[in-house]
Design a protein around this ligand. Structure first.
Ligand code: SF4
Ligand code: SF4
Length: 347
């Protein structure tokens, strides 16, 4: 325990120094372990051009290297991350190093692994893109909505905190209240973000049919949800950024590449997966993962509205409300847990 405390203090001091000196520190890394996916969501291009994948040992090496240089949070994402057989092993390894662990999944097969993930996975984030009809249509996978709901409920029973992430486009803008109510009922935090036209390039902007007025409608609906005490994961800072649509913020000022970053399946280290220059970044396999991170140039562009990235940027900018929202999310959705208990009692 004393060792963990010492390590937390060392990390906090390291972050304070990096922040004050204009330096960088890999506090939070998303390991995109695969581009492969068993879904074909209408707004997503990721599975269409899969990149080669590093081995389990390579990913462990990356995690270990980052951990020695300040890593606090390891997130695992895809594609569909559960298509890799080593996902539970990588999460377990990260937890053994004392990291906060999170996993993004489409929820199709994750339910089979909950026994193994319980105790090592801190946060499970599952895609939820509408009611049954809309979700299954967007994912082009009948039955996926029911699997997501079952998974959220089972994960909660296994003591794993959960969140939904809803990619919003013209196809589900009218379902925001439904999405909030579903997350609330299942004791999950709810992230929302507008759909990008190109998952690999922030400069392509938002998907067709999403203009400033639609994004304002999204921000206003989330604001109303927060006022109703719905378990909205967003901070007010994120909502303020949404209201700047159609441009959001500046990539050059973003903490991506300074305090958080992504490792692509083939080992390249990038500020975020939307960086259009990603082909030019070196692989951690060639130069070392921390070295690749430390050499990241400032990305360029007009920013994005990717909710977890923007929340991270706000946290690393020391935005008080974003830090409060993050602390709120780290307590297993207390408001919604209360609601779940209440509805169970009243049933
Ligand atoms: S959004 Fe996620 S689940 Fe859907 S196709 Fe893309 S990677 Fe797969
Ligand atoms: S704002 Fe940050 S996370 Fe978003 S595209 Fe730019 S660098 Fe990436």
């Amino acid at each position: 325990m004393r060792r963990m405390k010492r390590s937390a203090v060392r990390r906090a001091l390291g972050f304070a120094y990096a922040k004050a000196s204009g330096g960088s520190m890999p506090v939070s890394i998303t390991f995109i372990t695969t581009d492969r996916c068993n879904f074909d969501c209408s707004y997503c291009q990721i599975p269409h051009a899969p990149t080669p994948e590093m081995s389990t040992d390579d990913f462990k090496r990356a995690i270990y290297e980052f951990c020695r240089h300040g890593l606090t949070r390891a997130s695992f994402s895809g594609g569909e991350v559960m298509l890799r057989r080593d996902t539970v092993e990588l999460v377990t390894y990260s937890k053994s190093l004392g990291l906060f662990t999170s996993l993004n999944s489409n929820g199709w097969s994750t339910g089979r692994h909950l026994d193994e993930l319980a105790g090592v996975l801190d946060m499970l984030v599952v895609s939820l893109d509408g009611d049954r009809e809309a979700h299954d249509a967007v994912c082009r996978r009948p039955g996926s909505y029911d699997r997501v709901l079952d998974l959220l409920s089972d994960a909660r029973d296994h003591g794993i905190s959960t969140a939904t992430i809803s990619v919003i486009g013209p196809w589900n803008l009218h379902l925001l209240d439904d999405l909030m109510a579903t997350a609330s009922r299942l004791g999950a935090w709810a992230y929302f973000q507008p759909a990008q036209a190109d998952c690999y390039d922030q400069s392509a902007g938002l998907t067709g049919g999403l203009g400033a007025s639609e994004i304002h409608a999204l921000a206003n609906a989330l604001e109303r949800g927060l006022a109703r005490n719905e378990p909205i994961a967003a901070s007010t800072g994120y909502l303020a950024r949404l209201k700047q649509a159609p441009k959001f913020t500046s990539c050059a000022k973003c903490a991506a590449g300074r305090f958080f970053a992504s490792v692509l399946p083939d080992g390249r280290v990038v500020p975020c997966h939307l960086t259009s220059e990603r082909h030019h970044y070196p692989s951690g396999l060639d130069v070392g993962f921390v070295k690749a991170f430390n050499a990241l140039p400032r990305p360029s562009g007009d920013g994005c509205a990717i909710s977890p990235y923007q929340e991270s940027d706000l946290i690393f900018s020391l935005d008080r409300n974003a830090i409060q929202a993050a602390l709120r999310r780290s307590i297993p959705s207390s408001a919604s847990a209360y609601r779940v208990m209440k509805s169970a009692i009243l049933r």
